[in-house]
Design a protein around this ligand. Structure first.
Ligand code: CA
Length: 616
């Protein structure tokens, strides 16, 4: 031991200034890797003063240097190793500058076979939450020394203190509610001077924000979720990063960010990317303009950038065991590069799923971004399995506020929209939702929250139509929020997550009746849906609207679930004759109430805006 210490000391001395003072400063990403991955090449990024001027040597069995990339900034070195057949091992990367030698320790780990990369599909229900606003399980990490934002409070744009400890505490609540996957907004560090709580300005892609916990805490959270049958979908942001990210502060070269790494605003006109009439300037501005000035726009066309991002995804999947990815502002990134990213992730983890944020309000536009889209050029396939059904969100938020007619009002608009599903390559893989952290909540105000039929119909549609449903935290508690009052109004604290909360949804203490009823209705439907193969894989067949009532059925292997929604603000007696093919018995159970429903009469009496989910 003594001798080892002594030789280490001697080594340190020999390394002179370069090594002695810089050793601790060389940043290595990824910090480690694994043996036996499908992809045989590994990019190792070294970042430290003058590191790019080093000669590189790696002497390790089964490992060869494929190539070395030295960008203009000599503080970077990108080493590409060929790992074909390399066993798990520790080895040194030797950096030589004249007589000065520095050794950077590296490790290829053994892959473990714990539960990971399960993917998610229509049998799942995702629960979107914002960690800072969900549950504060550890008050000691609300403010962390050394980070740029040094306050915590209750202001809309401030850090509120929620964290991974709180998310872990809430897993029992989520499992009881009946969701099968959780999607937290990004957990990676946002060391920005302000507005760091939302997580979309990442300053180190390999580091969990210490205000949420450590990388290890994240792994433990994923493991704990898996033990309760809940998958984890990680929010990733490859279009842009925070301007305090070292990759921007100390640019490898000017090609790492779009517009030669100089701020140029995007006009957000992403429809131009798929528009056959669009002028090139608009399409170029959409993808190469920056989202905002403090979020530099990464250039995924630079192969070194793309490799860095691909590996970051693979690293989190393998390291933390996540099951899926939600990719932020998807159409703003380079389409062809992101297609390569999808292919690389799915080649490594075939069961995995990825959803891109495709915020476009019509089905042609959303379809354009889904893998194998019939409306996209065959030679420009996005390869993205799941896209977001923003048009359906818009309809669910407006159709229920108007009486239904047989053509173009109320539920007729949902019928009309779904009748166009042929535009989608795979409607069953659309992510469907009532709201998210960037939109009005489903209840835009207290008056809407107090119309129980509105939520009951919307949630029933969400959980029984095609697609992969996603809930937004608090919607199950009838929380109201309106974007006109700022983003903070959409991201209020979860009741019971913070010290001093009188109402506690986690324990059920002091829940007002509306919250309790909304929660219990949500829970009932979620628990019924969980494991229900008819809903997950069954066909969807719907009837044209008649008498202001929308009727559709999910069917699989002789089993039928029939949904009946009265879109009228008056009772209606529904003539049953035309629905015979989805009413296979004279009696059925209404899943929402447990009541037996007699279907033997000519007409079925429906209450004002009544909803029935009939199981035969
Ligand atoms: Ca905290």
């Amino acid at each position: 031991m003594k001798q080892t210490l002594l030789s280490l000391l001697v080594l340190f001395n020999c390394l002179s200034v370069f090594a002695a003072s810089r050793r601790g400063e060389v940043q290595v990403q990824p910090a480690f890797w694994w043996s036996g991955m499908e992809e045989q090449t590994l990019q190792i990024m070294l970042h430290g003063p003058g590191v790019g001027q080093s000669e590189v040597n790696v002497a390790a069995p089964g490992i060869a240097i494929d190539s070395i990339h030295r960008p203009a900034n000599t503080n970077y070195l990108f080493i590409y190793l060929n790992l074909r057949g390399a066993a798990p091992q520790k080895f040194d990367i030797e950096l030589r500058q004249g007589r000065r030698v520095q050794r950077v320790a590296y490790e290829l780990r053994q892959r473990d076979h714990s539960v990971k990369a399960q993917g998610f599909d229509a049998s799942d229900v995702l629960y979107l939450l914002m960690p800072d606003r969900f549950v504060n399980g550890n008050k000691d990490n609300d403010v962390v020394k050394g980070l740029r934002e040094q306050t915590s409070g209750q202001e809309p744009d401030a850090r509120h203190g929620g964290d991974l400890a709180g998310m872990t505490l809430a897993l029992d609540y989520l499992a009881d509610l009946g969701v099968t996957a959780v999607w937290p907004t990004p957990l990676q560090v946002n060391d920005m001077p302000s507005h760091s709580y939302h997580g979309y300005a990442i300053t180190d892609y390999y580091q969990i924000d210490p205000r949420y916990g450590s990388n290890e805490d994240y792994c433990n959270f994923v493991r704990a979720a898996h033990e309760k049958g809940i998958k984890v979908v990680q929010d990733m942001v490859f279009n842009h990063c925070g301007s305090e990210n070292f990759l921007f502060r100390d640019l490898p070269d000017s090609t790492w960010f779009n517009n030669r790494s100089v701020y140029k605003q995007t006009a957000y006109r992403i429809a131009a990317v798929g528009d056959s009439h669009a002028v090139e300037a608009d399409a170029d501005n959409a993808q190469n303009g920056w989202f905002v000035s403090v979020m530099p726009d990464l250039n995924q066309r630079n192969p070194h950038v793309l490799r860095y991002l691909i590996q970051n995804s693979l690293w989190w999947i393998e390291y933390a065991g996540i099951d899926g990815i939600r990719q932020d502002t998807y159409p703003y990134a380079d389409r062809r590069a992101m297609a390569q990213w999808n292919e690389a992730v799915l080649r490594e983890y075939p069961r995995f799923n990825i959803v891109g944020e495709t915020w476009i309000n019509h089905n042609v536009g959303v379809s354009f971004w889904q893998k194998n889209s019939p409306v996209a050029p065959a030679d420009n396939n996005s390869q993205l399995p799941t896209v977001m059904d923003f048009p359906l969100m818009g309809l669910l938020n407006s159709c229920l506020d108007e009486p239904t007619n047989d053509w173009d009002k109320g539920l007729a608009r949902i019928y009309e929209y779904l009748s166009q599903d042929i535009v989608y390559a795979d409607p069953s893989r659309l992510l469907t939702f009532l709201s998210n952290h960037d939109t009005d909540r489903f209840a835009r105000n207290e008056a809407q929250a107090n119309q129980p039929h509105r939520y009951r119909q919307a949630l029933t549609l969400l959980l029984t139509l095609r697609g992969i449903p996603q809930l937004y935290y608090g919607d199950e508690l009838a929380m109201a929020g309106n974007k006109s009052k700022g983003d903070g109004a959409l991201r209020m604290n979860f009741p019971g997550g913070f010290e001093g909360d009188k109402v506690n949804a986690l324990t059920g203490e002091n829940l007002p009746p509306l919250m309790r009823e909304t929660h219990d209705f949500t829970r009932r439907l979620l628990r019924w849906r969980k494991g229900n193969e008819v809903i997950a894989r069954g066909t969807l067949r719907h009837f044209a609207i008649n008498q202001g009532v929308y009727v559709y059925a999910r069917q699989l292997g002789g089993r039928t679930v029939t949904v009946i929604l009265n879109g009228n603000d008056r009772p209606e007696c529904l003539q049953l004759g035309r629905y015979a093919e989805v009413l296979p018995a004279a009696e059925a159970t209404d899943v929402l109430t447990g009541r037996r429903i007699d279907l033997s009469q000519d007409c079925l009496q429906l209450g004002v805006r009544e909803t029935l989910v009939l199981e035969f």
